[in-house]
Design a protein around this ligand. Structure first.
Ligand SMILES: CC(C)(COP(=O)(O)OP(=O)(O)OC[C@H]1O[C@@H](n2cnc3c(N)ncnc32)[C@H](O)[C@@H]1OP(=O)(O)O)[C@@H](O)C(=O)NCCC(=O)NCCS
Length: 145
């Protein structure tokens, strides 16, 4: 059975660490604002295994004038569960959550390797590539919903 539910920030670390911070200490998995009331963490389960995660932050980017904007962070699917539609399902669920909160714009800093994944889901690159130290090249991407 595959399902998505809200999880707490600490639970995300079991996927953030191997996928997004490999070889780094668990403290590197803590994102500023993880435990704010306005932050939501979604987990996709394959039976009892947490296979994928995404987090929603009420955070504004100065490129965008909209008041009701949200940032996705920490999008990750465990290696052995990729290409099964789980990432897409997580993005769809995050979009539904953001719509419920009257959000009109979703943005994030996308890793270069994930840009094609997000483009398929209707996101577009805004501006030039930039570097996030120790992680690599990123692009700001956004979608109006
Ligand atoms: C990016 C990631 C979340 C995608 O998850 P996933 O569960 O494998 O994606 P899905 O199976 O839902 O893929 C949806 C579609 O995107 C495509 N896709 C997935 N990853 C892709 C990639 N890296 N490049 C191009 N297309 C990709 C799939 O083929 C699928 O297309 P289809 O519907 O035509 O078959 C996953 O590969 C991952 O965790 N990567 C490492 C961490 C990372 O880069 N996170 C993003 C940080 S910004």
């Amino acid at each position: 059975m595959v399902f998505v539910k809200k999880i707490n920030s600490k639970m995300t670390f079991q996927v953030r660490q191997p996928v997004l911070r490999p070889g780094k200490p668990v403290e590197s998995c803590i994102f500023e604002g993880d435990d704010l009331e306005t932050t939501t963490h979604l987990g996709l389960y394959n039976n009892s295994t947490l296979a994928g995660i995404v987090s929603i932050f009420a955070s504004r980017h100065n490129l965008f004038p909209q008041n009701e904007q949200f940032q996705l962070r920490g999008m990750a699917v465990l290696d052995e569960f990729r290409k099964k539609g789980y990432g897409e399902r997580l993005v769809n669920e995050a979009e539904a959550c953001i719509k419920e909160r009257n959000g009109s714009l979703i943005w994030f800093n996308a890793r270069e390797v994930a840009v094609a994944f997000y483009t398929k889901l209707g996101y577009e690159i805004i501006g030039d590539a930039f570097d996030i130290p120790t992680i690599g090249t990123h692009f700001v991407m956004r979608k109006m919903i």
